[in-house]
Design a binder for this molecule. Structure first.
Ligand SMILES: [Zn+2]
Ligand SMILES: [Zn+2]
Length: 133
């Protein structure tokens, strides 16, 4: 856990134990469920479904996943293999929950992006460098 994450976790635990909203530190009424006040729950739901907010979170989420993978490479690789095998058996794209196309383990969209990725990789290995798409 990073220092910031540890600080955030401590704040969350402190507010939760004190019966305060863990987001805005406001008072909580007994009839409210969960750890956030209704206005924070609403704002969180809005932010979850907003495309702009998703785009802002994307690089952070990618970094989080990369760090998590790097911290425990072997176990994460094992989990990934198991997850991909289960998806393959269900006939799902291994990158998302869409059905896989007949010719590959990817859905048509990820099949296309994977083709581009592999082509660029081969070009780099030949020493060409990636060309603009
Ligand atoms: Zn709140
Ligand atoms: Zn896909």
């Amino acid at each position: 856990m990073t220092w910031t994450a540890a600080k955030q976790a401590a704040r969350y635990a402190r507010l939760r134990a004190a019966g305060r909203c863990v987001t805005c530190n406001g008072g909580m009424l007994p009839e409210w469920h969960g750890v956030r006040c209704p206005s924070c729950v609403e704002r969180q739901a809005e932010s979850r479904s907003s495309e702009a907010a998703k785009e802002r979170r994307r690089p952070l989420a990618a970094k989080y996943q990369r760090d998590r993978y790097a911290a425990n490479r072997e176990q994460e690789a094992k989990n990934q293999r198991a997850r991909r095998l289960a998806k393959k058996l269900r006939g799902e794209c291994i990158r998302c929950s869409q059905p896989a196309s007949d010719v590959s383990i990817y859905c048509p969209a990820h099949y296309a992006s994977e083709k581009v990725r592999v082509r660029d990789q081969q070009r780099r290995r030949r020493g060409g460098g990636a060309l603009p798409r």
